[in-house]
Design a protein around this ligand. Structure first.
Ligand code: 13P
Ligand code: SF4
Length: 322
């Protein structure tokens, strides 16, 4: 999927205590480990910072570390590299992509954009560097509504690539936008019927959902937000049981932060584990250790894309701070 130089794996002996070895490598390399909530629990536990896409971008923009080890998916590590072109950015498994980013091929998007010449392009951060370079503003699930509300009311907008987040933002802002029809395989897998069955079994449970979910799921949600917003909500809510309609990796942090509360992962339509992001789960503690030890796989950005992709990310960071 990406141009790869894979980290050596089977021939490298692993230390007995991976946690201690990674802590040592952090010191040796002056490295920071940034992890998304969808990473496996061990990775979350070794991370210096765990957050949603906005928090991770803000950390990447402000870090003084020489090396950024990104425990997340490719577009997240790519964003960190765009913000830090002179730093080494490592991703434990370069195959950790994103179905949503893949649902927006750059050549097709260029034609779509050309067909709407008077539109501003707001792209969700879950997209490739090429799409970012064609965008005016990047947003995340935690600031999309806020950013759209800052745009002049007569400004026409293309929103890409997630149609579900786009539709949710339209509802919240009352703005019409032209939506690219992309989606996330994980967030479109949740079954409305099974969620309602769970709600009947646990009538006291709150349904909480990520805005990448389909409208059929979101309309039952008591609370909708980014992963960080969902985590904050379960802390402050008076409820003590939650049906969680997002990737279940976040439940590790929820259980750590509010151990007395109960979390039920929203079930997928089929009898499968397809509510787990197959890309996020490619990263393991072993691969993270090997990436740091061998300083590969490294994220690189073609020079002709770097500057054009940086401007809309910086615009997001500025508008988000307002
Ligand atoms: P967040 O903005 O909550 O980090 O969402 C990232 C993501 O990939 C959701 O699928
Ligand atoms: Fe991409 Fe969906 Fe995985 Fe998030 S959960 S990284 S949007 S495939």
């Amino acid at each position: 999927m990406f141009a790869t130089v894979s980290a050596p794996t089977s021939k490298t002996a692993l230390p007995g205590d991976l946690f201690a070895a990674i802590e040592q490598l952090k010191k040796d390399l002056n490295a920071v480990v940034l992890a998304h909530y969808y990473q496996e629990p061990d990775i979350q536990d070794i991370a210096d910072y765990i957050g949603d896409s906005l928090g991770l971008s803000q950390q990447a923009a402000s870090t003084e570390a020489d090396v950024i080890v990104f425990a997340g998916v490719h577009f997240m590590a790519e964003t960190a590299k765009i913000l830090n072109p002179d730093k080494l950015v490592l991703l434990p498994d370069l195959e950790a992509g994103c179905s949503l980013a893949d649902s927006c091929p750059p050549d097709e998007f260029a034609r779509f954009k050309a067909a709407h010449p008077d539109h501003l392009v707001m792209s969700y951060i879950n997209c490739t560097a090429e799409i970012k370079a064609m965008s005016d503003i990047i947003c995340t699930s935690s600031n999309a509504v806020k950013l759209v509300n800052q745009l002049p009311s007569d400004q026409k907008i293309i929103f890409a690539p997630d149609r579900n987040l786009g539709r949710y933002v339209m509802e919240q802002t009352g703005r019409e936008m032209v939506l690219w029809q992309g989606s996330c395989i994980v967030h479109e897998t949740f079954s409305e019927k099974k969620i309602l069955q769970l709600k009947m079994e646990h009538p006291d449970a709150e349904i909480i959902a990520h805005p990448e979910c389909e409208a059929a799921v979101l309309r039952h949600a008591d609370f909708i937000g980014s992963t960080t917003a969902l985590l904050k909500h379960v802390e402050v809510s008076e409820g003590d049981r939650f049906i969680v309609a997002t990737e279940p990796g976040i439940i590790h942090q929820m259980e750590k932060q509010v151990p007395k509360k109960h979390f039920i992962p929203a079930p997928p339509e089929a009898n499968c584990n397809c509510n787990e992001c197959p890309y996020m789960r490619l990263n393991t503690l072993e691969k993270l250790y090997l990436a740091m030890k061998h300083k590969t796989p490294e994220i690189t950005i073609p020079q002709e894309i770097q500057a054009d992709a940086l401007a809309p990310i910086q615009r997001m960071l500025e508008m988000s701070a307002r």
